[in-house]
Design a protein around this ligand. Sequence first.
Ligand SMILES: *Cc1c(COP(=O)(O)O)cnc(C)c1O
Length: 370
Amino acid sequence: MRAMGIHDQLGARKLVNADATLTRLGGSLMPQEVIAAMLDAAQYWVDLPDFQKRIGAKLAEITHNEAAFVSTGAAAGIVLSTAAAVAGTDPALIARLPDTTGMKNEVIMLRSHRNGYDHAVRQVGIKLIEIGNATATYDWELEKAITDKTAAIFWFVGWMQRAVDLPFEKVIEIADRHGVPVIVDAAAQLPPVENLWKYTNAGATAAIFSGGKDLRGPQTSGLVVGKKAFIDLLPAHASPNNTMGRPMKVGKEEMAGLLAAVERYLKLDHGLRAEYCEETVADWCGALNTVPGVTAERSFPNEAMQPLPRCHIQLDPERFKQADVLKALLNGDPPVVVGAGKNNDLYLNPMTLEPGEESIVIQQLAKVLR
Ligand SMILES: *Cc1c(COP(=O)(O)O)cnc(C)c1O
């Protein structure tokens, strides 16, 4: 028997997460098979680059990609991919990063895609070339932006995408014509599981996923999949080499854990899971609509544009203040974290819950709102 757990020892509270796979809440919870794989890997010395290579080959095979690489999170995958696009495998150039003077150092991005995670691109010392505006980007803008200094085009998928964006297929076509790699940040674009091969099959040079979100791998893992010629550039930029990626080292445990997580994810019954989410959201909405001052309805897709529903709750400002409700939920036993909207509203997300927690969430919320 284990003595007091770490949370009790430290006085740290275990949260019920009905918000999202947020890094600040711990990213994700690892299923038993992922924990087992990490535990196994933790007990043996390995030739780490060789281990990474073997894990990558297996990941590539099961995700229908030419090659794959494990990073410490999607953001690190972005850094490594950018560095690889800029400096390739030239040791003199690699050693000089993030000083990119004289290198092929321009990275093109849609202005409408700009977001906090693009810091991971910029930290490589590149020159950011923005095209388009908030509401439109045209193919001629991309054509004109490509020069002999262009290292890559970055494409972000998720809430930053607009219907008015230049179509992805068009970007691939133009990039191919100029021989420029297209790197897709699809960190939170699982589910659907097919996205693991969708972007690369559509012609992307690489696609990057977070291992610590819905894949439920280690919180500090990420997956880069793509063309072999490009993925083969990544190790030179990564730990254990003393290069750009050295502070983003990946342990044997994360590598093994991510592989187990992806294997599990490919076998999951995603239809059944979507059904569970729909039923849970319907139950929540039904219960909440009996509470005076509260209107609840299904919201779809969710905040990360994943095809799963959430329960959107509009609070009557005469009766409830969002901040008070959030605080009361967090002070409850158990503490519950839910999503906060911008307009005195809340979101309940079923995708991050452990079995049985859906009733805890609604009980705690009902307690606060009654
Ligand atoms: C979550 C996210 C990231 C970062 O992923 P990590 O695995 O936490 O590093 C990057 N880009 C986008 C669009 C994301 O949603």
